[in-house]
Design a protein around this ligand. Structure first.
Ligand SMILES: [Mg+2]
Length: 184
């Protein structure tokens, strides 16, 4: 468990416990997809780079995002945890559960994202593109379409997103912090 006890740290999706009729929501970047050419710190490093040069937070974010998108478009995706993922998806099917992806990526980036998911073997998928919107608030709206599911699981590598989900759902959601890191 994390220090706060709000979420559980995992290095493989195989450690996730799924009850019957659960809606499982995955983040994408550094949760299912990693890139061979750059590490999970790349975006943060670019933010820092521009913070040291500019004062305007919108400019800093836009520049860092541009750099990141350029990298991703030419990047080689790999699956962060193929074996654990396969086991989890099997469990999801066996428990009459359902899964989807929720990414901070912009919907304009859909083609590249779908292509990269396919390259790592994720074919049947449902992806919500939030363009940086709050994941907790977004999921609150989405789950209205899924009244048949009793439980909710969310998996993300970023504590900020997990905290947003905790604020939105409290103990009505099981939060998993995916902490598997890789080096290039
Ligand atoms: Mg992520």
């Amino acid at each position: 468990m994390s220090i706060s006890g709000k979420f559980k740290q995992i290095k493989t999706f195989a450690d996730i416990v799924v009850s019957p009729k659960t809606l499982v929501v995955f983040d994408i970047d550094d949760t299912v997809i990693g890139y061979k050419e750059f590490s999970h710190t790349y975006f943060g490093d670019r933010l820092q780079h521009y913070k040291e040069r500019y004062d305007c937070s919108k400019m800093i974010l836009d520049f860092a995002l541009d750099d990141w998108i350029t990298k991703v478009k030419t990047g080689t995706p790999f699956h962060m945890d193929k074996n654990g993922y396969t086991r989890l998806i099997n469990t999801i099917h066996e428990t009459d559960s359902h899964y989807m992806f929720m990414t901070a990526r912009n919907p304009l980036f859909r083609d590249t994202t779908e292509d990269h998911l396919e390259k790592i073997g994720i074919i049947n998928r449902q992806v919500h593109y939030l363009a940086g919107a709050n994941k907790g608030e977004f999921l609150k709206n989405i789950i209205k379409k899924y009244p048949q599911y009793d439980k909710l699981i969310f998996i993300d590598d970023m504590e900020k997103n997990l905290n947003d989900l905790h604020l939105a759902f409290g103990n009505k959601i099981d939060l998993y912090h995916f902490v598997k890191k890789y080096s290039i």
